[in-house]
Design a protein around this ligand. Sequence first.
Ligand SMILES: [Zn+2]
Length: 155
Amino acid sequence: MRTQRQMVDYSLRKRAVLRELLAGRVGTYDVCDASPYLKNAARYHGEPTDERCPICRSENLTRVHYIYGDELKQSAGQARTLAELPVLAMTLREFQVFVVEVCLGCDWNHLVEQYLLGRDGLAEGAEGGPEQDAVGGAAASGTGAAGRRRREAQR
Ligand SMILES: [Zn+2]
């Protein structure tokens, strides 16, 4: 996503957890503790992946995107589909995205990464100044044409 910035990758931490598990220093009940809320979010807003669950190896992982930020008001802390994020990113100045992977089979869950999205990221780039307002307005009205036009303009 174009406005994505300040990405923090938690894959090292995930590997450390899996190592601890293999070594028997933590039990599966410690790491497979997805809450009913998280599992519901995964079912209704989650993004399926091709990645096998590292614990049960029988289900593919689902990624849930949680959004946080003052501008979101009552929506803060809610899960959003991946498709909804670019629209929000053009509407809002800045919000935080937390990506959590969940296995609906065994309840394994882990924070994958976090990053910032929003129009403030456009100002940091070298290009894309004057068209910001037009794109933001079109995105808010829910048309996909503006995004396509913008990508073509950049070529
Ligand atoms: Zn699993």
